[in-house]
Design a binder for this molecule. Structure first.
Ligand code: HEM
Length: 158
């Protein structure tokens, strides 16, 4: 079954694809298709935010246990992702509002900032998921491993 973390990554992936599709559509002059793609991207990103909040409320935070060069790289990606994800909410709302009201020149100016930031937030969301759960999955804590060893030695002695 799909884990909650995988669902979150999937929602990020869907937002990324919809944003790119929306951009392609407007470059071809298809306003209605652009509108649909962007509203859908906003929908899946909202679903992601809700799902992410529920996940972290229930599971707490998952520690990144890898060491070496990947550690500062991971935290640089994570921090930039969190800061920009918070900023993208008002930016996306304002960009949508201008698009839906037909204020196209101002929409276009703002959208050229919103779109790359939003794409960055969704792709780094997937990258963080891959790093945390697949490439460098959490190692058992030293204490608990030590505990296991003590337990088996204790059992053998008896
Ligand atoms: C937050 C969601 C949205 C984003 C990120 C977004 C993104 C963009 C971008 C990047 C452009 C400029 C394309 C270029 O460089 O030529 C653009 C143009 C445009 N968008 Fe959106 N858009 C969004 C929502 C909407 C909505 C809901 C509408 C409603 C119809 C809309 C209508 C348009 C139109 C008509 C243009 C062409 C403006 C012009 O060339 O003067 N957009 N959008």
């Amino acid at each position: 079954m799909l884990s909650h973390a995988s669902l979150n990554a999937l929602l990020n992936g869907a937002a990324f694809v919809l944003l790119l599709a929306g951009y392609t559509q407007i470059r071809r002059g298809r306003v209605q298709a652009h509108r649909m793609c962007m509203l859908s991207a906003f929908g899946v990103s909202t679903a992601f935010l809700l799902s992410y909040s529920i996940y972290h409320f229930r599971a707490g935070s998952v520690p990144f246990t890898a060491s070496g060069w990947i550690r500062p790289v991971y935290f640089a990606i994570l921090i930039s992702h969190i800061v920009l994800a918070a900023g993208i909410v008002p930016l996306a709302l304002l960009t949508l509002r201008r698009g839906l009201r037909g204020d196209y020149p101002r929409h276009k100016r703002l959208a050229r900032i919103t779109l790359p930031l939003w794409l960055y937030v969704s792709i780094t969301g997937i990258l963080i998921y891959l790093l945390l759960y697949h490439i460098y999955p959490s190692q058992p804590a030293v204490d608990s491993a030590f505990g296991q060893v003590c337990l088996s030695v204790d059992t053998e002695v008896r």
